[in-house]
Write a protein that binds this ligand. Structure first.
Ligand code: B4P
Length: 193
């Protein structure tokens, strides 16, 4: 089984490139952002709680997202592999994910990190906000999300670097060219897996 973490700051292209990876490799996509937005759309208790954090640019508490991913892994049988998109976002989530996968007799194969400068992130997210109306894609909340990323999420890359699983990619340029680089990293990790 091949398990990939697609990593990077808000707006780095995780959701965009996940779609390309699924088309090519057929992995099962697990995006905590999408799962949380679905809970919000259905006005569940979890969604109403999560919305308070997301609208304020903060991470949703670890126990909420870990529980959500655990449930999804349990209900997904026979997957060739998983793309974890936007998860783990804290070291506690990374430790919990390693444990969940270990219980299933598998592990993370590689973490691919999309490196994008801050001014480009802000530009992309403001543009997306205009089109999608996403309540967290506005100037004030974007700035908070980036601060939260630097403080709590960046250490996750180091956690996997220590396991020899970190691969970095320059995430600015044509989406297809960035995807070609991602494919190279996936093929390399598959050969080593
Ligand atoms: P997410 O849904 O994960 O959203 P994101 O990081 O903002 O977006 P993503 O990175 O996928 O967007 P993309 O670059 O593809 O999280 C939203 C919120 O949910 C978080 O702030 C947090 O509150 C909560 N949350 C989620 N997971 C959590 C967790 N594990 N723990 C705690 N809280 C959690 O797209 C951005 C834009 O860039 C798009 O418009 C796209 O078209 C464009 N784009 C992409 N690639 C481009 C390129 N190469 N050039 C130009 N534009 C590009």
């Amino acid at each position: 089984m091949f398990n990939l973490i697609l990593f990077g700051p808000p707006g780095s292209g995780k959701g965009t490139q996940s779609a390309n990876i699924i088309d090519t490799y057929g992995f099962k996509h697990l995006s905590t952002g999408d799962l949380l937005r679905d809970e919000i759309a259905r006005a569940t208790a979890l969604g109403l709680e999560a919305k308070k954090y997301m609208d304020n640019g903060q991470l949703v508490p670890d126990e909420v997202v870990i529980g959500m991913i655990g449930a999804k892994l349990d209900e997904t049988q026979d997957a060739k592999g998983f793309i974890f998109d936007g998860f783990p976002r804290t070291t506690a989530q990374a430790e919990a994910l390693d444990k969940l996968l270990q219980e299933k007799g598998t592990k993370i194969s590689v973490l691919i990190s999309l490196e994008v400068p801050e001014d480009e992130l802000k530009k992309r997210l403001l543009l997306r906000g205009e089109a999608s109306g996403r309540s967290d894609d506005n100037e004030e909340v974007i700035a908070k999300r980036i601060v939260e990323y630097r403080a709590k999420t960046e250490p996750v890359a180091l956690y996997y670097k220590e396991q020899g699983k970190l691969e970095q990619i320059h995430g600015v340029g044509e989406i297809s060219e960035i995807f070609a680089q991602i494919k190279n990293k996936i093929e390399k990790a598959m050969a080593a897996n």
